[in-house]
Design a protein around this ligand. Structure first.
Ligand SMILES: *Cc1c(COP(=O)(O)O)cnc(C)c1O
Length: 378
């Protein structure tokens, strides 16, 4: 017998109510019953996105919504400012290139957040820039960018700001309208407590002008089609019926909790995890701007990082994430987002301590769990 715990930054575990909602018989999407659900889900999305803008639901993983943002905002030959600094910042660059858009890159050292002033400088130096692409929570490094400050800068220019909040939304605050973020992209399988398969994108009136002007080839991800359908409580193609029913359920849970409580809960789990790393003598990969959604820690010298993750998963059923690309084997990442709770963090830390001990790493057994408990007791 092995009990499974999922502590990865996507997918994240599902609340039982969400799983049960998906076990019901399928209904047809062009019906008043489904339209009622879609209407409710759309309102719930505006709430969690903190916006009055339309939030479109796309049947794709998060990257599909990123691609929708690029192709709908820009055209071949346009220039975009892209903040890198991790695997997901790089993804904006790759998508832009695929559409013949010239990326002007701000190369941030992995583990650091972007300096908002650098964005101001680049926008001033190059008035050709039509859009700025950045990331709320850079899941690969465990860093949060200062979206409030970035939005303040971009708002004063003619450029639009698009933020990848795929792993951040529902875990880290992003005040779309109050801060003036034009486009926010999210995915279902991270902070929103759903299986993978849905992408979301909100679009401001300023950004909508670009959507209407874009000359990029587009069909399935054409937001003009999505808008026409959404205005009639519909989706342009067959809706992801089951996932949208689940979305409605997850949003109800979140609305009951309230955003303030949700962010507080994530902050407490993040602080507890960071305190545990310190108590175990482990360095955070991103000591400044550490995210409240996921913690990345350096694998200590002499320990095989990939084996650590594999043993926790295959022997004890606790799945954390390793490093991606250049961080493979060098960091491990513990997620604290969505339906992950205090009890999961304690379990995950206890398992980490056990496997680190077995691998010969020296520390006071229980020190990490103790440090985390002390944060939770505050
Ligand atoms: C997970 C993630 C993505 C990729 O989303 P997919 O659902 O795998 O397409 C993009 N950006 C960030 C920040 C993520 O965490």
């Amino acid at each position: 017998m092995k009990k499974e715990y999922l502590l990865t930054p996507g997918p994240t575990p599902l609340p039982p109510q969400v799983s049960l909602a998906m076990a019901q018989p399928i209904i047809h999407h062009r019906t008043p019953q489904f339209q009622e659900i879609l209407k409710e889900a759309s309102l719930g999305l505006k709430w969690v996105f903190q916006t009055a803008n339309d939030v479109f639901i796309i049947s794709s993983s998060g990257t599909g919504a990123m691609e929708a943002a690029v192709m709908n905002l820009l055209s071949y030959g346009d220039t975009a400012l892209v903040v890198q600094g991790g695997k997901f910042g790089e993804r904006w660059t790759e998508i832009a290139k695929a559409y013949g858009i010239t990326p002007e890159i701000i190369d941030v050292e992995w583990g650091k957040s972007v300096a908002p002033e650098e964005i101001r400088k680049r926008l001033k130096a190059n008035p050709q820039i039509k859009a700025v692409f950045t990331t709320l929570c850079e899941t690969s490094t465990g860093v949060d960018n200062d979206i409030a400050s970035i939005a303040k800068i971009v708002k004063e220019t003619s450029a639009v700001l698009a933020v990848d909040a795929i792993s951040g939304l529902g875990a880290v605050d992003i005040k779309t309208d109050a801060w003036g973020v034009d486009v926010v992209v999210a995915g279902s399988q991270k902070g929103l407590m759903l299986p993978p398969g849905l992408g979301f994108i909100s679009v401001s009136p300023k950004a909508w002008k670009l959507v209407e002007a874009s000359k990029s080839p587009r069909y399935y991800l054409d937001l003009r089609k999505a808008k026409k359908a959404l205005d009639k409580n519909d989706t342009p193609f067959t809706s992801s019926i089951t996932l949208i029913i689940a979305l409605n359920e997850a949003l109800k849970i979140m609305q009951k909790d309230g955003l303030e409580y949700i962010f507080k809960r994530h902050k407490a789990m993040a602080e507890a995890t960071r305190a545990a790393m310190k108590a175990l003598g482990l360095e955070l990969f991103a000591p400044t701007a550490a995210s409240d959604g996921v913690t990345a820690a350096n694998v200590p010298a002499g320990i095989d990082g990939e084996k650590l993750v594999k043993t926790m998963r295959d022997t004890y059923g606790v799945t954390i994430a390793g490093g991606q690309d250049e961080l493979k084997g060098k960091v491990f990442r513990i997620a604290h987002m969505g339906f992950i709770a205090e009890s999961d963090i304690i379990t995950g830390l206890a398992c980490l301590e056990k496997v680190l001990t077995q691998m010969g790493y020296k520390f006071n057994l229980g020190a990490g769990v103790k440090a985390a408990e002390e944060v939770f007791l505050k």
